[in-house]
Design a protein around this ligand. Structure first.
Ligand code: MN
Ligand code: MN
Length: 280
């Protein structure tokens, strides 16, 4: 099954959706490997027309490259992501990765060569390594910071070790906690993010556990007191325009299928918002 409205050929497409069914480094609840299929299924619930943007997704050129072969190890999974995103970036197409776990963001973001990265997540993911694995989902922001760009903003943060908080402080990492979003409002947060990343050549990574478990309980590591789906939608609406790549990770559909449904909707919001900017 294809993601809804993703019926273009690769050659014609402006957007390339692909699934990365991999969850081998998941530390708490596994099952994000089943998310790409669930997100595709749920995507058929929604109308093709997006009333906020005036964009009809049926008129866009979207290709679904199906699921990549993630093999057995984290390295083979990362390499498969790297291959498909390298090709998309070379051909001027926007890759949209349906994870899978957060570790997959490293090759996806790196191959897009972004000038800035926006990470929406409950967790810092700033560990140097986790359970002996440097490329664990729990280390993704650290890897991006070291290997891709130090121009990173994190939104929705509310969980990290003392060392991770100290690392963020020490390196001047820009982050906005879930409480910042609630207390100062999403407009303030967006202005802060703009100061750090700007709007051009931004990569956005959405770890679904950023959203409060009341709305999105189906994640690998649910963390209470999160941000709302509306906050995430607003971030996508404001930054999708200059975005060169997007991923959505850490959905575990077996726990809650509505989290996959929300994920599918947010992917569609991303595409419509990007298309609105580029057709303006
Ligand atoms: Mn994460
Ligand atoms: Mn997380």
């Amino acid at each position: 099954m294809l993601f809804a409205d993703a019926e273009s050929s690769y050659e014609d497409a402006d957007y390339v959706v692909f699934g990365a069914p991999f969850d081998k480094t998941s530390s708490f609840r596994c099952g994000s490997a089943k998310a790409p299929g669930a997100i595709r299924n749920e995507s058929y619930n929604f109308e093709t027309y997006n009333p906020h943007t005036g964009i009809d997704l049926a008129n866009l050129k979207i290709h679904d490259a199906l699921d990549i072969n993630t093999g057995g190890t984290v390295h083979s999974a990362l390499f498969s992501v790297e291959s498909v995103v390298t090709r998309c970036a070379a051909d001027g197409k926007i890759p949209i990765m349906l994870g899978g776990e957060h570790s997959l963001t490293l090759p996806a973001a790196r191959q897009c060569k972004p000038s800035g990265i926006i990470i929406i997540d409950a967790h810092f993911d700033l560990r140097s390594e986790y359970e002996g694995e440097k490329y664990s989902h729990a280390c993704i922001t650290r890897r991006l910071f070291e290997d891709v760009t130090d121009n990173i903003v994190q939104i929705g943060i509310r969980s990290g070790t003392k060392e991770e908080y100290a690392f963020a402080e020490q390196h001047g990492l820009c982050y906005l906690s879930a409480d910042d979003v609630l207390e100062k409002g999403i407009d303030h947060v967006i202005r802060e993010v703009e100061k750090c990343t700007g709007h051009e050549k931004v990569y956005i990574s959405l770890d679904m556990d950023a959203i409060d478990p009341a709305y999105a309980p189906g994640t690998g590591t649910p963390e209470p007191f999160g941000i709302t789906p509306r906050d995430v939608r607003e971030i996508l609406r404001r930054f999708a325009g200059g975005c060169i790549g997007f991923d959505i990770v850490e959905i575990v559909p077996e726990i809650d299928i509505n989290t996959a449904s929300l994920g599918a909707k947010l992917v569609r919001e991303f595409i419509a918002s990007n298309a609105q900017e580029t057709t303006r």
